[in-house]
Design a protein around this ligand. Structure first.
Ligand SMILES: *Cc1c(COP(=O)(O)O)cnc(C)c1O
Length: 393
């Protein structure tokens, strides 16, 4: 008999989830209006220290709202990392804009040196805009992603954004609850530094609403406009007047009920994530062929996804490890296939992405749910430690 499944990242409902969802059902407010939506927005905004938040159907929808709001369109370029889940790149495509792909730094986030080299060598500033010389397109925005809960170098990226007149949309979908630990923005939550930030509450994220997302910003009017767009840009509920075209992106009251309950658990989840990460590090410290990657942002990270990395990049060995673990009912996976190598995006420009390739060839994400038991964590470590010997590598 095979051992029971240890999932990679699953939800943890041990608070008021059922109570609040029942309340939403009892009141019959289940759709895109209802008290939980506003409450969830207000509580999240308070928690993160921003004036406003706009709850929407997904993180992807939130990213799209940001790009639309800031006027990113068909003649514009958006700077994006190649090492990320596909959602932010897809959102750029929804606006018919052009992604330009960048490598990551040594903690898997968009490389500010490479962004600076591109902006200074391949672009010129003209009338308050930055133009890519080869294409004549306007570089309008950058979309850094706080990968796996580690943090981008926002000091550098914000400086560049200011110098080159770029909007900064922070993809904080994986870093909810994380706080910048150093530099100019120390003490601020991820997602609150750029012109707007986007959170996700998909089922595998640190807190979940089933599916859902949120846009946050220091600029209250921006969030209000995005909320308007997310509700079909409907001015009123009697005559149905529309001044713009909009989207059906509003979060439902059912989702928000779940979200509010999950938000109450967030601090507890952060602590568990931190502790489990520390346990993995301790138990795997003696592993000869690989080990846990550090979070550059340290204790202030939300430790969302844990990365076990081979000491040297080796895609075949990585795949062998993945097969071995999945074969023993331990759910693990490689990093996402790099976006600049994906069929729909190969035609766009990409910088040299050697760091991202090395991470791709060496990293395996291992189980990180907040309800992972001590025994499960031990089993994951045992299999990892025995892997080389058992496979005669
Ligand atoms: C999860 C995620 C999103 C948003 O995903 P949704 O499922 O649309 O909420 C966006 N970017 C990254 C990097 C993600 O991991």
């Amino acid at each position: 008999m095979s051992a029971s499944l240890i999932p990679l990242s699953i939800p943890n409902f041990s608070g008021n989830e059922r109570k609040y969802v029942d309340e939403a059902i009892d009141t019959e407010w289940v759709s895109t209006a209802g008290a939980f939506i506003g409450r969830f927005e207000v509580e999240m905004a308070k928690k993160l220290g921003v004036p406003r938040a706009c709850a929407c159907q997904s993180g992807t929808a939130g990213l799209h709202l940001c790009l639309r709001h800031f006027g990113v369109g068909a003649d514009d370029i958006v700077l994006v990392p190649t090492l990320t889940f596909i959602a932010p790149i897809n959102a750029v495509m929804y606006q018919a804009a052009t992604p330009v792909f960048f490598d990551c730094d040594d903690h898997m986030c968009m490389d500010p040196d490479q962004v600076e080299a591109y902006l200074s060598r391949e672009c010129r500033i003209e009338g308050g805009r930055t133009i890519e010389i080869s294409s004549g397109k306007t570089v309008k925005a950058m979309l850094p992603v706080h990968v796996f809960g580690d943090h981008c170098d926002m000091d550098r990226l914000m400086e560049l954004a200011e110098a080159y007149h770029l909007y900064v949309i922070e993809d904080a979908t994986e870093s909810v609850g994380g706080v910048f630990s150093k530099g100019k923005y120390a003490g601020l939550h991820t997602g609150t530094v750029g012109h707007a930030g986007v959170l996700s509450f998909n089922g595998n994220k640190i807190i979940t609403t089933g599916g859902g997302g949120m846009v946050i910003s220091r600029i209250a009017a921006a969030v209000d406009h995005m909320r308007y767009l997310s509700q079909q840009a409907k001015n009123d509920t009697l005559y149905f007047v529309h001044e713009e075209y909009g989207y059906n992106y509003r979060m439902t009251n059912l989702q928000a009920a779940l979200g509010l309950a999950q938000l109450e658990e967030l601090d507890g989840f952060l602590e568990v994530k931190r502790q489990n990460y520390a346990k993995y590090c301790e138990k795997l410290a003696g592993c000869r062929y690989g080990g846990m990657l550090p979070f550059e942002s340290g204790a202030a990270s939300n430790h969302w996804f844990y990365s076990f990395a081979l000491n040297s990049p080796d895609a075949a060995k990585r795949d062998c490890l993945i097969r071995c673990m999945n074969g023993q009912n331990i759910q693990v996976r490689p990093i996402w296939k790099l976006n600049h190598t994906q069929t729909p995006f190969r035609r766009f420009r990409a910088m040299q992405c050697g760091n991202a390739q090395r991470f791709y060839d060496s990293v395996v994400n291992i189980p990180c749910s907040t309800n992972l038991t001590g025994a499960q964590l031990d089993r994951v470590c045992d299999v990892l430690l025995a892997f080389e010997t058992e496979n005669h590598l």
